[in-house]
Design a protein around this ligand. Structure first.
Ligand code: MN
Length: 223
């Protein structure tokens, strides 16, 4: 089974995941977190947070959000897993790189983490804010190269923030470099559904786009 949810912020919004334990998930099941997983935040809490996420008992794959310690994530080894380049954070916990396309249960997922922190002026570089949060042209290039191999068609798109049209029309938030990059991606890629986090609420925007926070969506065989 494949589950998808929004921001978990380390131990802060972790409790919603406990329902997966009740479902008796195994490591053959996948939980995709749409950014701000917050597992890698500070060295003091890394082991504790890893133990929490290990304890869920399924394979966890997250795209990065804006609240991640990128310096810490980048220390983990790069592996190829499910057809995509990922950092292996723990035996069953992975961070999927931006622009990668992974295949889980015969379904393809274009993954692009990253978002701009609107409160970055109150944050401290290398302690609570990392410049790597922004989606770069290199990330988009990687996405375009990988998309070319699949004729620009995937089953799902997983991101942290969303595209400019959605953010301005549906949320009335400000556009930024990341939403603009995703707006471009939206024009290129064909997909069944796009799931994203970042905005901290659950809302189905359209037939093809859903913002996730506390909700856990399950993708079953016939979807
Ligand atoms: Mn968040």
């Amino acid at each position: 089974m494949i589950y998808i949810t929004g921001d978990t912020h380390g131990d802060i919004d972790y409790k919603k995941l406990l329902v997966l334990k009740d479902k008796n998930v195994s490591f053959d099941d996948y939980l995709i977190i749409c950014g701000d997983a917050g597992i890698c935040w500070s060295i003091d809490c890394l082991e504790y947070r890893l133990s929490l996420y290990r304890d869920i008992g399924c394979t966890i794959i997250f795209v990065d959000g804006n609240h991640e310690n990128f310096e810490m994530i980048n220390e983990f080894p790069l592996v190829e897993y499910k057809g995509a380049v990922m950092h292996q954070i723990d035996e069953h916990i992975f961070h999927v790189m931006r622009g990668e396309i992974m295949t889980l249960e015969n379904k393809t997922f274009l993954c692009i983490g990253g978002a701009v922190s609107i409160d970055k002026m109150y944050r401290i570089p290398h302690i609570s804010w990392w410049k790597e949060e922004e989606i770069t042209f290199h990330d988009i290039d990687n996405a375009l190269n990988n998309l070319e191999k699949v004729n620009n068609k995937v089953d799902y798109v997983i991101t942290h923030c969303c595209d400019t049209i959605t953010v301005t029309n549906s949320f009335y938030f400000r556009r930024d470099i990341c939403t603009d990059q995703l707006n471009f991606v939206d024009k290129v890629v064909e997909y069944k559904h796009w799931y994203f986090g970042h905005y901290h609420f659950d809302r189905k925007i359209s037939e093809k786009k859903t913002c996730l926070y506390n909700e856990i969506v399950c993708i079953s065989e016939n979807m």
